[in-house]
Design a protein around this ligand. Sequence first.
Ligand SMILES: Nc1nc(=O)c2c([nH]1)NC[C@@H]1CN(c3ccc(C(=O)N[C@@H](CCC(=O)O)C(=O)O)cc3)C=[N+]21
Length: 281
Amino acid sequence: MPAQLIDGIALSQKLRGEIAARAAALTAKGKQPGLAVILVGEDPASQVYVRNKVKACGDVGFHSVLEKYEAELSETALLARIAKLNADPAIHGILVQMPLPKHINPHKVIEAISTTKDVDGYSVLSAGELMTGLPGFRPCTPYGCMKLIESTGVDLRGKHAVVIGRSNTVGKPMGLLLLQANATVTICHSATPDLGLHTRQADVVVAAVGRRNTLTADMVKPGAIVIDVGMNRDDAGKLCGDVDFAGVKEVASHITPVPGGVGPMTITMLLMNTVEAAERL
Ligand SMILES: Nc1nc(=O)c2c([nH]1)NC[C@@H]1CN(c3ccc(C(=O)N[C@@H](CCC(=O)O)C(=O)O)cc3)C=[N+]21
């Protein structure tokens, strides 16, 4: 029996309805949630993403501002803009789209954002809060992956979860969130000699590598949950994930598609963090 699809668009719609209700309650109290999105440079993919984020804000009743700057913007000027937004009472979340041009130090930029407005969850403080289990903003992509896994109704306690990838934005926080949900966690990466050895034991696989066909059917235990974080292009230029979807869907119990899986949930969790920020401030 082929796997059940985990629909990131449907789950997003449900959660965005709840977010819109929270936003309306805040707006009625004169505190409409506000997100500022900063884009530096003309990367075409980034242009699409930030436009989607701003549109999603409008859909749930947030105030949003999109600030676009040429690639030559100085680091000093960017830090000055962030300082202004930190002090702006109409703004509850600040997102600086990554990647930044090479002359700008991303760590410096992330740490400049007020921790109360770090809705990406990228700061060192947010990372520490996640690691210690303190409340704080969780990075949107792994947070969305957790919601997708929860939506299957499968309890993670005692399950073996394998994460492929160890980035600061996805792989590492994903491992910590799974651990917090009482899974046994393995994190695999480019230096793992035999990836399939690990993934074949997994009840849950999260693939976040950025290379298509990284996870194939022979590497998946029958009945496993498969979450695909990848955003790649196939030979025809079509968007595809890290998972060989056609093959793996015949083995897994649940699987996310690309597009329509993790991507929309990343934006949904950004909205969730922003409404949370507005409630707290
Ligand atoms: N500060 C920062 N925060 C981010 O959260 C951040 C970032 N920088 N830089 C780039 C990555 C990438 N990212 C995506 C979000 C949504 C989709 C998304 O909605 N994808 C759709 C498809 C969109 C399409 O058709 O291209 C889907 O998977 O269905 C994709 C990618 C957020 N990122």
